[in-house]
Design a protein around this ligand. Structure first.
Ligand code: 2P0
Length: 338
């Protein structure tokens, strides 16, 4: 028999089902995978086929406030979310896992500083912030690994957003997923920069959830993916240890292209890139050929994230006027200067 999300939640939170506060808030950074999660071995529990490795985006993310309320309401960036949207239904189903009684209602207010559904992993920070806020509301006092498991039940990549910095999500092998959670890799690389290049911030045509499932089911090359990711994780881990930016960039870029290649060979094909995406890729390759160490990674959307080092930030801002630059270790850097 398959294990349900309800069963996992009961195992973790036990009898801590009564809210201890009227309201609680938390923030979680969004994260960008350097070695991607693409494909599930269990759809209900969001258990991945492979491990993945990401970097959290510091100040970029979601703040979620949860309050006990007379009516069920979801607010996103100051606007009420309509009950007939997928977003509303997914979040309410997630809250159903924790409701002490059927008539306990929540007001959930999320503010993000990233475009929602633009392939910038907003569900990742949204569910991670939600789980952190629920931990406070119910006084669960769960460990980070357990918060990571709970966040995964909302969205796979959310399990990585529980942590700052570089994060490894171990795929695990257990049927109930109790060994499938993220861990902080504890490497610090203050000079690392991520540049966000928006090509289009509209809602994507196919969700990553549906796209990865279609890939698993129909792409004849999917069987090559586990080995591809596992190798990439080893190389990136080593690159982080050695601060070898070239190895990090080439591996992350190749892994992202490999994921999109799988989608191209899926039936029907899935292409998140737009014309502008390809133009930006070509520009990155041209700059690199001219000696600038800059790489890209692309998620389930047309936008690109550039990877580069602080020393090249000004040169790259000249090349990409609209780029938003994130310093994932800005907070860490500040604290080491105190
Ligand atoms: C990642 N993505 O590793 C990959 C790369 C997009 C491209 O994780 O179904 O929203 O909620 O587990 O986590 C986006 O998929 O999917 C994602 P669900 P999720 O960041």
């Amino acid at each position: 028999m398959n294990i349900t999300r309800e069963k996992v939640v009961s195992t973790l939170i036990k009898d801590k089902r009564v809210p201890q506060l009227e309201t609680a808030s938390a923030f979680a950074s969004t994260n960008i995978a350097l070695c991607k999660y693409w494909g599930k071995r269990d759809i209900e529990l969001n258990l991945p086929m492979t491990s993945s490795l990401s970097v959290s985006m510091g100040e970029l993310g979601a703040s979620t406030k949860i309050s006990l309320s007379g009516t069920e309401e979801i607010w996103l960036n100051g606007e009420a979310v309509s009950t007939n949207t997928l977003f509303y239904q997914r979040l309410i189903e997630f809250f159903d896992l924790f409701r002490p009684t059927a008539d306990t209602k929540f007001k959930i207010e999320t503010d993000t500083n990233i475009p929602v559904a633009a392939g910038l992993a907003s569900s990742a920070c949204g569910f991670a912030a939600t789980v952190k806020a629920l931990d406070k509301l119910f006084a669960w006092e769960q460990s980070d690994s357990h918060l990571s498991i709970l966040a995964r039940l909302g969205s796979g990549s959310a399990c990585r957003s529980i942590y700052d910095g570089f994060v490894l999500w171990n795929a695990g092998i257990a049927k109930d997923g109790m060994d499938s959670y993220a861990e902080d890799l504890e490497y610090v690389w203050p000079e690392l920069r991520v540049g966000i290049l928006l090509v289009d911030s509209k809602q994507k045509s196919i969700s990553s959830r549906d796209a990865m499932q279609a890939t698993v089911e129909t792409c004849p090359y999917y069987k090559l993916w586990p080995e591809t990711v596992n190798k990439a994780i080893k190389v990136v881990d080593e690159a982080l240890e050695q601060r070898d930016f070239w190895a990090l960039g080439t591996t992350a870029e190749a892994n992202s292209l490999a994921m999109h290649a799988l989608m191209l060979a899926t039936t029907p094909p899935i292409i998140y890139s737009q014309g502008g995406t390809l133009e930006l890729m070509q520009k990155v390759w041209r700059l690199r050929a001219e000696g600038l160490p800059v790489f890209f990674t692309q998620d389930a959307g047309p936008n690109l994230k550039l990877l580069f080092l602080q020393k090249d930030e000004e040169k790259l801002k000249e090349q990409f006027a609209q780029m938003r630059v994130v310093a994932p270790f800005a907070k860490v850097k500040e604290s080491t200067h105190v």
